[in-house]
Every structure is written in C-alpha cells, then in structure tokens.
Design a protein around this ligand. Structure first.
Ligand SMILES: NC(=O)c1ccc[n+]([C@@H]2O[C@H](COP(=O)([O-])OP(=O)(O)OC[C@H]3O[C@@H](n4cnc5c(N)ncnc54)[C@H](OP(=O)(O)O)[C@@H]3O)[C@@H](O)[C@H]2O)c1
Length: 261
C-alpha cells in the first residue's frame, strides 16, 4: 500500500522503540518522513537503526520538543526542504520512570514530564497547524500517543499518568477548535508495548502481564503504528477527537485474570 505517497510526515521521538516502528510504517507506505530524538546522539542512533532496517530517506534532526527554539528550528528545516507537512504524530514522551510515589515526586521532576509530554506536544502541534495545516489546500492531521494509564493508573508513575490524562483532554479540545479548519486530531492510547524496557523484564513478570491481557500479549510497535496510520488515513476522514485504545483488551476487564476465581 502506498497510502502516504507525496505526503510529508513528522514523527517526534523516532530515535528508539515505538517511534522507529512509526517512522518505518510511514516510510514504507510512501511518505517522506521527518523525525527527531531529544539529542544529536540519540537522533543519530535512531537514524542508524532505521538504515539497518532498510528504511532510507528519513530526515532525522535533533529537537528537544520542550525547547521552543529547537521546535522552531525543526519547522524551519521542514519549510525550507519540503514546504509542506501533512501528518504530525506526537509520539515523543518523557516516561517519568523512577520519580517514586506521589509523596516523593519533586515539582521540577513533574514539570519536566509535563513540559515534554503536554506543552511540547502542544507546541509542535501549534507550529504544524500555524505554518502548514491551516494554510494548505489539503489540510493536515494530528495523532497524539497517549496511554491506557490515562484512564486506569499504574503505580508510582504520577507525573506520567497525569500527563497522559492531560493529552486526552488536549486532543478533545484541539479537535473541537480545529475541526472547523478541517484539521483532525485523534489519539492512540496503547497499553503494554514490546520495547527495550519490555525485553529487559524478568521473564516471569512478562508472562504474568501477558496472562493478564485478554489477547495474551503486549502490542508490538507495528500494532501501534498500524492504528496510527489508519487514524491519519482517508479511511478515518470523519473521525476527530477520538481516543483509540490498543491494549489487547486490558482496559475492558474489571479484574486481571490472576485475581479471578
Ligand atoms: N512502551 C509502552 O509500553 C507504552 C505504553 C503506553 C503508551 N506509550 C506511549 O507510546 C509512545 C512511545 O512509547 P515508547 O515506549 O516507544 O517510548 P520511549 O521508548 O520512552 O521513547 C521515547 C522517545 O521520545 C523521545 N523524547 C523524549 N523526550 C523528548 C524530548 N524532550 N524531545 C524530543 N524527543 C523526546 C526519545 O528520544 P531520546 O532517545 O532522545 O530520549 C525517544 O525517541 C510514548 O508516547 C509513550 O508514552 C508507551
């Protein structure tokens, strides 16, 4: 399928894990893809990983999305080289791992998570809309990566859960205000994804988690990328403000399997 031929796509956070799968999906479906990690080193590592997968032609430019000057520079480069943008995928995230319980979280630590996940994603979306989506004849569309933890919290991830809840509200608010401009804004909310962190789990913990997913497994990055690609495709032309969960059914259960019986 070449659904995204002649489209220009920006995927933030394409230096590792799910971001690489998102970039790969759009590139393989014909798009010109831009991506960024937060630093020059991580961005170069991501570009090398994509090249090793045979994904060529990706424009990888470092951009800390929490820094407005770096966001401006990224959009300057897109304007200079392509002069348009069709799709924005707000995938970059600060996981806020290791901040402790809610009584331990330092205000600056929480702000760092919100600055990237909420304000950073918003700022990138503003630039995409101001410079391209609202002006182009073919309007653009946006997908945010949220999480099923926005609705059902996980322990000791206060800042992260709060940021993902804010993203869900942000998506609805943006969809409402940008709909009249013809710009669609949706959200993909994964549960467990197979990443380097998943691979580092104790195998017994990974097995328990899988047993507690109704579908019996975590998502792959490709599973997530497939849903994101659908949300920005013409097949979803009448969808905006939606939060689509991709968690193997975890969120539909009241109790996990090992609590039943
Ligand atoms: N993994 C899961 O199980 C899971 C579950 C639910 C939802 N999600 C969501 O799905 C998305 C992808 O998850 P993931 O686990 O693949 O993410 P990840 O492994 O934590 O990677 C995060 C990406 O975001 C980039 N990033 C972080 N801060 C940034 C900043 N300030 N500016 C620019 N880039 C920045 C990282 O770049 P560097 O390499 O430079 O740090 C990296 O490329 C995230 O939005 C995440 O919250 C993940």
């Amino acid at each position: 399928m070449n659904r995204f031929e002649n489209k220009v796509v920006l995927v933030t956070g394409g230096s590792r894990n799910t971001g690489l799968d998102l970039v790969e999906r759009f590139a393989r479906e014909g798009a010109k893809v831009w991506t960024c990690g937060s630093t020059a080193a991580s961005t170069a590592k991501g570009a090398a990983a994509l090249a090793a997968r045979g994904v060529d032609g990706v424009r990888a430019m470092p951009c800390d999305i929490a820094d407005p000057a770096q966001v401006d520079a990224l959009f300057d480069a897109i304007a200079r080289e392509d002069g348009r943008l069709d799709v924005l995928v707000n995938n970059a995230a600060n996981q806020g791992i290791g901040q402790g319980g809610p009584l331990d979280v330092a205000p600056d630590a929480m702000l760092a998570v919100l600055r990237t996940n909420v304000v950073g994603g918003f700022r990138v979306t503003q630039e995409a809309c101001r410079r391209f989506f609202a002006k182009q004849e073919t309007r653009g569309c946006v997908v945010f990566l949220s999480s099923n933890t926005a609705r059902r919290a996980i322990r000791n991830r206060t800042s992260y859960c709060a940021s993902k809840g804010a993203i869900n509200s942000l998506v609805r608010s943006l969809a409402l205000d940008l709909g009249p401009l013809g710009i669609r804004v949706n959200c993909c909310a994964p549960g467990y994804i197979n990443t380097e962190r998943w691979e580092a789990l104790d195998p017994a913990v990974a097995a328990r988690r899988r047993a507690n997913c109704p579908l019996g497994r975590e998502a792959s990055g490709a599973d997530v990328a497939g849903v994101v690609a659908f949300l920005v495709s013409d097949d979803a032309a009448n969808m905006t403000g939606e939060i689509v969960t991709v968690d193997g059914g975890c969120s539909c259960q009241h109790m996990p399997a090992d609590c039943d019986g």
